[in-house]
Design a protein around this ligand. Structure first.
Ligand SMILES: Cc1cc2nc3c(=O)[nH]c(=O)nc-3n(C[C@H](O)[C@H](O)[C@H](O)COP(=O)(O)OP(=O)(O)OC[C@H]3O[C@@H](n4cnc5c(N)ncnc54)[C@H](O)[C@@H]3O)c2cc1C
Length: 778
């Protein structure tokens, strides 16, 4: 999903032009002139923005939906008062979708040429609701007149109708057959009546046709082809509209962050108040998720997505972008205070655009209902929200097949009990058997599935990140259980590779790789949770050993692990981040006492760990003594980064369990629940797009905003899925029975409550997002 250099150039040049030409003053001046900046339109047209996606034979650039989305985002960000969406997207996509035959093709081809060259403003009506396809086309009536047609009636309010040189309108014959007609803006008998509207950058008008005569070739399509064409246009245009809304949302967020940074109250910038920072951070989460959804949907279309895949991609982009625009524009008014309620502040212009566009091409509820309908009718095997991409490269497809086959052969016999067990290592499962889980880890290791991303010199397979994802996905799809070796393999091992001595690497990596040594994470303490720098556990060097005193808490898998990495204060009198060291400590020794802590699941996967003169060798400090904070933070980066992609692959299985239960018990027929389920499915798909953006960035230099929001997104998604699971099961959430799928959903409901707490709580994530992602003050 990374942008190519050419795509980046398109985005940059659009930002540059619109930054110069469509600032607030220019937009307001255009509003005074009726909402159309003709000079800007001229420039946009000359730059070829109307023909980006149109065929080269018609003067277009022959590029894809992604390029169209990049322009739409820039135009939306500036509320550019030009009829680009109506002309290039609505009319352009409709004309492009026509079959290339006969005189119609000539007619449409000429129209495409004029659109691509910017010589014409055009618009499209999708039916009686104009901006929303419903399959009804009775507002205009067409009667055959000789070779051509005579048209009567009045359309619903249509954007750009007042300035259009070409109107693509649907009409119905007396027998109810739909037609798609190309009507010149200056046709005799055509009139336009401006309709007052709130979105002043998008004028609307009704079009009246009083006996307008059209030649036969003006009928571009008729019969069932009309609705098929319009549905396809609506789906593709919805993705571009989503990109535009993304621009609106981003701009609203930028304005809010800038204003709160300048505005002083209580003697400080209001941006310093956590309540304000968190609102901005939550908006950024919505914006980044929408960006991932838009880029993912556009990439899917450009890769040839059709049918259900196209419908779902469009719904994902549409719903996430509409939500981001709603949240961002609303918050922008709120965070501008009284100023936000004034006409002079631009916040209302974005707010009104967001509202109007949220109804164009059908409201989100309609899109969700279509996704839910597909869920209700699709066979179980096909109902995979994280399907293998249709155009997956051959080596990845082969690897996926290899994992699936291996799992089929090995997740058998005594291991069959582990199937779909414990989607996450962390919050545990009361019925979990550690012995069996360890035997499974060894089985995986023997199959070469541990350390798949590690360098070969450490016994790994050195798979690129994209292929690691393939393995994780296939593993999860095959019902692979949560990984007891997660902390060692995904957290400690990369840290050992980055900071460990060759001796430490040689000593510990083989045990992790073979599934024979397990690790626990000793960070949190009774008085050091979110504030980890408040660690009080102490360690001192005595001869050839570190001697450790103190207490850790919430230590997952401490009873099952062999080793623990302990963040301890090794410089007496040191404060906060200074003087800490990360020590590698054997857990089974007299100086250590482990007490299980019973969790809300009834199980006890986490523990208290007491250190009373516990010992470890002097050489087992990871990184330099006193530099433990740096090492500990790097390890957290691994915990919140690529390693979570494997976890997320398990979510698909949980969602599928939930959908299957909802189909069985009738919850999928409940209108409220079915929309929530559809929403969860689309959000999982968007989350996956976000994860792919993280991967693209991870292959490059610095992780971007998408990485910063990833933990907040997945943990909140799963918490909400847990709540949804409980609602889907209804009375069966409380009354415990033996049904294994219900047990899994109950486990999801309870274990998901930990996700927004561990690995950086929600509130800490929002602080990080606000400060690092938005540059707001500490
Ligand atoms: C299932 C599970 C497994 C775990 N496994 C491990 C493990 O293996 N090893 C390990 O070291 N730890 C583990 N933890 C601990 C986890 O990392 C901590 O619970 C987490 O960091 C929060 O710390 P705390 O519990 O002390 O809560 P606190 O930090 O006391 O937070 C209490 C509340 O205050 C909020 N808060 C705190 N500071 C701020 C602030 N500055 N601004 C706004 N709000 C704030 C928090 O978000 C939270 O809502 C685990 C936790 C869970 C739930």
């Amino acid at each position: 999903m990374a942008l190519t250099l050419e795509q980046q150039h398109i985005a940059d040049s659009a930002a540059e032009l619109l930054g110069q030409r469509a600032g607030s003053a220019a937009v307001r001046a255009a509003i005074e002139q009726g909402g159309f900046d003709r000079d800007l339109w001229q420039q946009v047209a000359e730059l070829g923005w109307c023909g980006v996606h149109l065929p080269e034979q018609h003067g277009g650039l022959g590029l894809g939906l992604t390029e169209l989305c990049l322009l739409a985002e820039a135009l939306g960000r500036h509320l550019a008062p030009v009829p680009w969406f109506e002309t290039a997207v609505l009319a352009g996509l409709a004309l492009k979708a026509l079959p290339a035959v006969g005189p119609v093709e000539d007619h449409a081809g000429r129209a495409l040429q004029r659109i691509a060259s910017g010589a014409c403003v055009a618009t499209l009506s999708l039916g009686d609701d104009a901006l929303r396809w419903t399959g009804r086309h009775g507002a205009l009536r067409a009667t055959a007149a000789g070779e051509g047609w005579r048209v009567e009636g009045v359309t619903a309010p249509l954007p750009a109708a007042g300035s259009a040189d070409l109107l693509l309108l649907t009409a119905s014959t007396a027998s109810g057959e739909p037609l798609l007609l190309a009507v010149p803006g200056d046709a005799a008998g055509l009139s336009v009546q401006r309709v007052a509207n709130h979105d002043l950058t998008r004028p609307l008008a009704r079009v009246g046709l009083a006996g307008v005569a059209l030649p036969g070739a003006a009928c571009l399509a008729r019969g069932p082809a009309v609705d098929a064409l319009l549905q396809g246009v609506q789906q593709r245009a919805a993705i571009v509209l989503a990109a535009e809304q993304l621009g609106v949302a981003q701009r609203s967020l930028d304005l809010a962050v800038a204003y709160t940074g300048e505005r002083t109250q209580f003697g400080q910038p209001v941006a310093r108040f956590q309540a304000v920072k968190h609102r901005c951070a939550q908006t950024m989460v919505a914006v980044e998720l929408a960006r991932s959804a838009v880029l993912g949907a556009a990439a899917a279309v450009d890769a040839g997505a059709q049918g259900a895949d196209l419908a779902r991609a469009a719904a994902m982009a549409r719903c996430h972008a509409a939500d981001a625009a709603r949240v961002a524009t609303q918050e922008s008014i709120q965070l501008h205070g009284g100023m936000g309620y004034t006409w002079d502040c631009d916040a209302h212009l974005h707010f009104k655009r967001a509202q109007a566009a949220s109804q164009w091409l059908g409201p989100c509820g309609e899109w969700l209902d279509r996704v839910a309908d597909a869920m209700a009718t699709t066979a179980d095997a096909e109902r995979a929200p994280v399907a293998a991409p249709a155009n997956e490269p051959a080596p990845d497809a082969a690897l996926r097949g290899e994992v699936l086959q291996w799992m089929q052969q090995h997740l058998q016999g005594r291991f069959a009990a582990l199937r779909h067990q414990g989607g996450l290592v962390g919050p545990g499962d009361a019925g979990f058997s550690a012995d069996l889980a360890k035997a499974w880890e060894q089985q995986l290791a023997a199959g070469g599935w541990v350390g798949i991303g590690w360098p070969r010199r450490f016994g790994g397979r050195e798979l690129p990140i994209a292929q690691q994802v393939v393995v994780h996905e296939a593993y999860a799809r095959a019902g692979g259980p949560g990984r007891l070796g997660h902390i060692g393999e995904h957290l400690l091992a990369p840290t050992l590779m980055a900071f460990g001595t060759p001796e430490q690497q040689q000593r510990f990596l083989p045990g992790i790789r073979a599934g024979t040594e397990y690790w626990a994470q000793g960070y949190s303490e009774p008085n050091a949770g979110s504030d980890l720098a408040n660690v009080q556990t102490r360690a001192r060097l005595e001869g050839a050993a570190w001697v450790i005193d103190g207490q850790k808490v919430w230590t997952s898998w401490a009873r099952e692990a062999d080793w623990i990495f302990v963040l301890a204060r090794t410089e007496p009198g040191s404060l906060r981040h200074q003087g800490l060291s990360l020590l590698l400590v054997p857990l089974r020794q007299p100086g250590i006492t482990i007490r299980p802590i019973r969790q809300i699941t009834g199980g006890a996967e986490f523990n208290e760990v007491f250190f009373d003169g516990a010992r470890t060798e002097a050489s087992l400090c990871l990184g330099a003594p006193g530099q433990g904070w740096k090492v500990a933070m790097a390890l957290l980066g691994f915990e919140r980064g690529v390693s979570t992609l494997g976890q997320q692959a398990h979510f698909e299985g949980e969602l599928n369990d939930l959908i299957a239960a909802a189909r069985r018990n009738g919850a999928l027929a409940d209108p409220v629940l079915r929309r929530r389920i559809a929403q969860a499915a689309l959000a999982l798909q968007a989350q996956r797009c976000n994860a792919l953006r993280v991967l693209d960035a991870a292959e490059g230099a610095t992780p971007g905003r998408e990485a910063l929001v990833a933990k907040y997104i997945w943990s909140n998604w799963r918490r909400d899925l847990g709540a949804l699971a409980a609602d889907v099961m209804g009375l069966h959430t409380d009354a415990i029975d033996d049904d294994p799928s219900a047990q899994r959903l109950r486990a999801l409901w309870l274990t998901s409550r930990a996700d927004t707490v561990y690995a950086g709580s929600n509130e800490i994530q929002l602080n990080l997002i606000a400060e690092r992602g938005l540059g707001m003050p500490r």
